[in-house]
Design a protein around this ligand. Structure first.
Ligand SMILES: Cc1cc2nc3c(=O)[nH]c(=O)nc-3n(C[C@H](O)[C@H](O)[C@H](O)COP(=O)(O)OP(=O)(O)OC[C@H]3O[C@@H](n4cnc5c(N)ncnc54)[C@H](O)[C@@H]3O)c2cc1C
Length: 390
């Protein structure tokens, strides 16, 4: 049934959580729902890490273990196995951010290649993932996005970035694994889009191996999607798109304010929601050319996508449609969808505690600022605690 309200089933949602994990999750969401606590906690943690104070253990026992699979790929194996037992796939996300030198970029490539090697052996990992700034300097993406000319040295550096993209996409295609390219700040996105489109043209001949990301909090992205669609039809290739709302809203608005340009962000949450849902409809209408990975914790959008699939008489496990959530969040969506046979994958971030802090801070801020979502998460955890009489 399409609009059946499946996400309220907390038994299915939290089946994999022990009583103590359930308690920890409840406590954690309660803490990060308090905005001043997150603000002060973030500043204190950043300071403590910079000052080399021994707080890694504390971070691990709290936010890290809830939102991350571990410090390396092997740590994530038990989680991958357990989730796959309930029909939920994994996307291993090497979430180290803010690196700026060539060695780190090569290390990111090596890590993603290892994950692809590993993924081709087991069905539980249908996607690899990387961030554009994991493979090249932020400054370079920014310069190209602005349309500024590169120096000769920068041209060589950019060629290396392009080669890194190509190495990963080629390997993914050979291994029959798709690869998701995350989206970041809007002022570096044009350069990233250019590269990813090039990869799609090269590797997405018959099916989508390479997926770009559209942040639908940007009011220009729906038109961009239509332009890309036209380009793909004319160029004889298939598009892969991860649709998300976008995780850098405050940073985007602050920069636009400071530099006095019109913000690229929709002017309200409702406008972002409408933009996201229109993109879902557009993609489902054009699945012969566009494959979809809907990265969202929003229940309405998830129900909408189920309805759209039902209207089009697609099977729940149509290989062109995936639902995606982040590890540690919205298990009620992931596990209930999987129980109904939909394709679902959760990002499992991993990496050294210190290096995944930007990721963790984004999650804490997101769960603070989007009050509705945290409230929902707490309500469901509390309902399950009562059901289990914890
Ligand atoms: C699998 C997966 C992959 C992801 N990959 C990326 C990625 O590559 N890049 C990226 O940027 N993010 C990524 N995200 C995060 C995502 O962009 C969202 O921040 C997060 O999922 C919350 O949005 P939501 O759709 O779950 O729904 P909701 O919780 O309903 O929406 C919250 C979002 O709405 C938007 N919003 C909130 N208030 C306003 C407002 N006043 N005006 C306009 N818009 C507003 C913001 O985007 C906010 O994050 C990913 C998320 C998932 C689940």
């Amino acid at each position: 049934m399409p609009s059946e309200q499946i996400f309220d089933n907390t038994e299915i949602a939290f089946f994999l959580k022990s009583d103590s994990e359930l308690e920890r999750a409840y406590f954690l969401f309660k803490m990060i729902s308090i905005e001043p606590l997150v603000r002060i906690g973030t500043a204190a943690t950043n300071f403590a890490l910079k000052a080399h104070l021994p707080i890694e253990g504390l971070i691990r026992a709290s936010v890290f273990d809830h939102f991350c699979g571990g410090v390396n790929e092997e740590d994530c194996l038990p989680v991958i196995d357990k989730m796959f037992g309930k029909g939920v796939s994994s996307v291993l996300d090497y979430s180290v951010e803010g690196k700026e030198d060539e060695q780190d970029f090569d290390k990111s490539v090596k890590t993603v290649l290892n994950i692809i090697d590993f993924a081709k052996e087991i069905k539980a990992i249908p996607f690899a993932v990387f961030k554009p700034t994991g493979l090249g300097r932020f400054f370079l993406y920014e310069k190209i996005s602005k349309g500024d000319a590169l120096t000769e040295t920068e041209k060589i550096e950019w060629e290396k970035v392009e080669n890194r993209f190509d190495t990963i996409c080629k390997k993914a295609q050979e291994a029959n694994i798709a690869v998701l390219v995350d989206a970041e700040e809007s002022w570096i996105q044009d350069a990233a889009d250019m590269l990813v489109t090039k990869m799609m043209r090269k590797y997405n001949k018959n099916r989508a191996f390479v997926y770009n990301t559209l942040q639908m909090y940007r009011h220009d992205r729906f038109n961009f999607l239509k332009e890309q669609h036209k380009e793909a039809v004319e160029g004889g290739f298939v598009l892969g798109y991860k649709l998300v709302r976008g995780a850098y809203m405050e940073k985007e608005n602050d920069r636009a304010n400071e530099k006095k340009y019109t913000t690229p962000i929709c002017n309200s949450k409702a406008a972002t929601d409408a933009n996201f849902n229109s993109a879902l409809e557009y993609v489902v209408d054009n699945l012969e050319n566009i494959s979809l990975f809907a990265g969202t914790h929003n229940e309405q959008s998830s129900y909408l996508l189920m309805d759209l699939m039902h209207t089009k008489r697609l099977s729940n496990n149509d290989s062109r449609v995936w639902f995606g959530q982040l590890y540690g969040m919205s298990d009620h969506i992931s596990f209930n969808l999987a129980a109904k046979g939909y394709n679902v994958a959760k990002y499992i971030p991993f990496g050294p505690v210190k290096d995944v802090m930007p990721y963790l801070i984004r999650r804490a801020e997101e769960n603070t600022s989007v009050a509705g979502q945290t409230g929902r998460e707490l309500m469901l955890l509390s309902k399950e605690k009562k059901r289990r009489k914890v």
